[in-house]
Design a protein around this ligand. Sequence first.
Ligand SMILES: C[S@@+](CC[C@H](N)C(=O)[O-])C[C@H]1O[C@@H](n2cnc3c(N)ncnc32)[C@H](O)[C@@H]1O
Length: 291
Amino acid sequence: MALQVDRTVPTAAADVSPYDAELERIEIELLLEGVYRQYGFDFRAYAYASIRRRLWKRIEAEGLATVSALQDRVLHEPQMMERLLLDLSINVTAMFRDPTFYRAFRQHVVPLLRTYPFIRIWHAGCATGEEVYSMAILLQEEGLYERCRLYATDINEVVLQKAKEGIFPVDRMQEYTENYIAAGGKKAFSDYYLAKYGGALFDPSLTKNVVFSLHNLVTDRSFSEFNVILCRNVMIYFDKALQGKVHRLFYESLAMFGILAVGNRESLRFSPHEDRYEQINGPDKIYRKAR
Ligand SMILES: C[S@@+](CC[C@H](N)C(=O)[O-])C[C@H]1O[C@@H](n2cnc3c(N)ncnc32)[C@H](O)[C@@H]1O
């Protein structure tokens, strides 16, 4: 069998012995299987190209030469798994990220939520929590916060801890202020935080009704019935079959007429229940469970 050689592997070792693409795939699959069986993190159905890039980033950072060498270290050193998890889980986020989403949420979803006595909102894949604090601010401004319980979940304990602390880099406040204004914010953004501990400490009232918890979308089940589920910029890293599986979980976790919001580069295309949702706002990827 003719084996393909991939000369683009981003490692110095590749210059010495070019990496064989088929062998590399075997090694990556074995590593991901090992990570799942040893630690319970299931990355086996994440988008291959992205996983591969991130594994090589870690291999290089550790001064290793092969995927198998990384596997050896990961399986025997839990600290290496912690570092790899940070690479694989991609925690990039921002406050009022994609401000038009929050504007659309105020305009189209808030009036629906006003009709409910109690509102359960699930932020699945919340990373360091910026999205949750943004939603808490919006709900406070709309007078709905007291009726809400927000569940903020992620697979990564390190980022969840940061989310709980509510201290964000002060050098991002300029960008966040602009986002907040573009999102239709009603006050001065600086009313919500104090510059402290070398960061911006957000008002603890914002997390009064928030439950932070570990939850893995791939391996864990639903834990309640929700009126709103936000899973933005998470499934983008999953392959199509896994996207379908997670969409099923969301469909089953949403109350009738519940709202599902995904990231602006995502859609319900791989939802097994696509035809059971109606679009509330297409460009901002807000859907409503209709049947
Ligand atoms: C790019 S961040 C998105 C954060 C936020 N939702 C936003 O849009 O700004 C993706 C997050 O999804 C989390 N994640 C990845 N796989 C996950 C899984 N299987 N279950 C739960 N969270 C996951 C990562 O740890 C990361 O914090």
